[in-house]
Design a protein around this ligand. Structure first.
Ligand code: ZN
Length: 260
């Protein structure tokens, strides 16, 4: 897997210029007027492997990156409900468990009690998430961080009030805790169905927000769509396929995300 990651970085750096978040924000302010092909790499979910595995590789290659963090999970204070579901599913061999959604997440804690799974214990021994001191060190190493909501809900299932709470409270937390001079956010799961009123209300508080719908333009100028790379396919294959579909969609005028 690390070999694949290195190969992907080889492909990316050969074809595109790596830029920092500060450069990306500057480009955005400038309306993306540039003739260069560039990329900025980001990672969601704030897992500890970012510190242990990913950051050293990126540092060696001098590739800047942004890590998007769920503020409730920093220091292993809590666990993403989908993780809880998969731990439970493994224990009780009930795959239906994985279909549980955000609004049922309390049920997971009750179920865990019944089958005697201690999530606190799991967090203490496995330490899946970054700690505050690891995040501070990553920042000292030159990496940038952003918010990925408080506890990773699916935004189109939340009221606008809760969407704002999840977004602004996680942004504020990081800003205060780590003295950030920039403000970026990536949507957990997807930004699909997130309305324009929401974006209007956060516009003055963020530099850039990020979705993961692939190469697409968004009617919200500060919401950039990223190319997801979490599959088994190589970066080269993913990017070439993305460009192909983008061209197709352009022909049929379907490459812009409009929002209600
Ligand atoms: Zn995520």
């Amino acid at each position: 897997m690390i070999v694949d990651f290195e190969k992907d970085l080889d492909y990316l750096t050969k074809n595109f210029k790596p830029i920092s978040l500060a450069e990306l924000i500057a480009l955005k302010k400038n309306g993306f007027k540039t003739s260069e092909n560039y990329f900025h790499i980001t990672f969601d979910d704030g897992l500890s492997e970012l510190y242990n595995v990913v950051a050293p590789i990126l540092l060696k290659r001098k590739i800047p990156a942004t890590f998007f963090i769920n503020t409730d999970f920093i220091d292993n204070n809590d666990l993403f409900y989908r993780f809880k579901a998969s731990i439970l599913a493994e224990k009780v061999a009930a795959h239906g468990m994985l279909d549980i959604d955000y609004n049922q997440k309390q049920d997971l804690d009750e179920l865990a009690e019944i089958v005697k799974i201690d999530f606190k214990q799991y967090l203490e021994t496995e330490k899946p998430y970054l700690t505050s001191s690891q995040i501070k060190e990553l920042i000292l190493q030159g990496f940038t961080i952003g918010a990925h909501s408080k506890n990773h809900p699916l935004y189109n299932m939340l009221s606008e009030e809760d969407q704002l709470k999840q977004t602004l409270e996680s942004l504020d937390f990081l800003k205060n805790e780590f003295q950030l001079e920039y403000s970026v956010f990536s949507f957990p799961f997807t930004d699909d169905g997130v309305g324009k009123e929401f974006f209007k209300k956060i516009e003055s508080k963020v530099d850039i927000t990020f979705g993961s719908a692939g190469i697409k333009k968004d009617s919200i100028s500060f919401n950039l769509q990223r190319i997801p790379m979490e599959t088994n396919l190589s970066a080269e294959k993913i990017i070439k396929t993305q460009y192909f579909y983008c061209l197709l969609k352009k022909i049929f005028k379907k490459n812009i995300i409009t929002r209600l």
